[in-house]
Write a protein that binds this ligand. Structure first.
Ligand SMILES: Cc1ncc(COP(=O)(O)O)c(C=O)c1O
Length: 433
């Protein structure tokens, strides 16, 4: 490569000096990633990596995807930003597209720049609509890094200080069968994890709630995927107590989970609101929240996000959603995801380090444990597997309360050959560790 790139060591020094220490990065020996092409990333030394993390589930349709990038570059050259005090054609066309895709009466959108802002806005609207400030959130959830978004986040690592506890937020159990907090087994458990929400509402709230915010598959929480009945039970409880159901689709949206457009569609639940970010614009910064007409129209006050709905991000999102549709990527995700999951299950049969394999589509979690009977989390081994995989040319992510879950979420253009390559490298990385 002809450009003059800084070495990873030089970049680490800059980072240490100028970036707040709360920002951590993967790998003992990190790389300077300088180029992406389809499902591959390349570092400044020219090493290539098969990418199974997609910039935290963001580069959804692959890097340097001509059909998308040409439209983005063209828009950058024409006009980047005016703000919503003017009419923005790409934003309005995107909003129309979202309304076509969204379930039920969810038709109206407010555009922001990140998932965190989408969480904030959705919660504000739910509270406004219901006149209640009691919000339910799931244990092991992640909804962003601002004050309120951390308040509804249920992972200790992101709470840090008592300060990040938001009044009015009540946590209810997630559907984490591998580590059931009730010590029960599915299906004889009666899905008590979902039913417990009613106890929380009856004991910790005035008896009516603003609603719940929940990820269909918990991303940062380690791709925790609840049993089939879980969300329907939770939904009915939320409705019984007057709340709105907010599905956080920041990681699960737009086909990531295969077969369905949105994660929550797998559970037969029609939410009242949804939040988006990450993969929506294939790497351009964007966020949005949507609501039913009734909820959206209830708020007649003023609202503006200066960059929300800007020409470039909106163009990128529209091009990306069309690309996903035109290339049948939701179905591809289902098929290739099934194949990849089989490969991971096979690894589980051969490596005792793997305690659980879960997820849907191309959002697959591999939980690592040092003792299968005790389910002892293996965070150090997880780091070692990631490092070894990286050295062999494969990037995977990490998550979970204990930092012991490999998160496998490649661009959804992945094919079966890519899966074979990924499984082969993971196999060798785990054997080495
Ligand atoms: C499910 C979910 N919601 C919200 C967010 C926050 O998004 P952002 O980092 O764009 O603010 C994230 C980020 O990881 C997420 O995974």
């Amino acid at each position: 490569m002809s450009e003059k790139f800084k070495s990873p060591e030089e970049l680490e020094k800059l980072k240490e000096k100028y970036i707040m220490p709360s920002v951590s990065h993967y790998y003992e020996e990190p790389m300077n990633l300088v180029k992406g092409d389809q499902q591959y990333l390349y570092d400044s030394e020219g090493n290539g990596y098969l990418d199974c993390f997609a910039g935290i589930l963001t580069n959804m349709s692959g890097y340097n995807q001509n059909e998308i990038e040409e439209k983005v570059v063209d828009q950058v050259r024409k006009l980047k930003h005016t703000s919503t005090v003017y009419l923005i054609q790409p934003m309005l066309e995107l909003a129309e597209k979202l309304s076509e895709l969204a379930p039920g009466n969810i038709n109206k959108t407010f555009f922001v720049n990140s998932g965190t802002e989408a969480t904030e806005g959705a919660l504000m609207l739910a509270k406004f609509f219901t006149g209640s400030s009691s919000i339910l959130a799931l244990q092991h959830s992640y909804h962003g890094q601002s004050y309120i978004a951390r308040g509804v986040t249920g992972i200790a690592q992101w709470k840090e200080a008592e300060l990040f506890t938001t009044p009015g937020v009540h946590f209810v159990p997630n559907g984490y069968c591998y580590r059931c907090p009730f010590g029960k087994e599915y299906p004889s458990c009666n899905i008590d994890c979902a039913r417990y929400a009613e106890e929380v509402i009856k004991t910790a709230t005035p008896g009516h709630i603003a609603g719940i915010i929940a990820e269909p598959i918990q991303g940062v929480g380690g791709f925790v995927t609840p049993p089939d009945e879980y969300f329907k039970i939770l939904y009915d409880i939320v409705k019984k107590y007057g709340g709105v159901y907010i599905s956080d689709e920041v990681q699960t949206g737009f086909g990531r989970t295969g077969e369905k457009t949105f994660g929550i569609d797998h559970w037969g639940v029609e939410p009242d609101m949804m939040t988006f970010a990450k993969g929506m614009a294939n790497g351009s910064p964007i966020g949005a929240y949507m609501a039913t007409d009734e909820i959206a129209d209830s708020f007649k006050g003023s609202n503006i996000s200066t960059f929300g709905g800007n020409h470039v991000s909106s163009t990128a999102a529209l091009a990306n959603l069309n690309f996903i549709e035109e290339h049948n990527l939701v179905q591809n995700t289902a098929e290739v995801g099934r194949y990849l999951k089989e490969g991971l299950e096979d690894l589980k049969n051969r490596h005792k380090l793997i305690g659980d394999v879960r997820g849907k589509g191309l959002m697959l979690g591999v939980e690592l444990v040092t003792d299968r009977d005790e389910k002892t989390p293996a965070p150090d081994k997880t780091k070692e597997v990631m490092e070894a995989a990286k050295n062999k040319g494969l990037l995977v992510g990490k998550g979970g309360l204990y930092g012991n879950v490999l998160r496998i979420a490649p661009p959804i253009i992945f094919d079966k050959n890519d899966c074979d390559d990924a499984i082969d490298i993971l196999d060798r990385a785990i054997s080495e560790v």
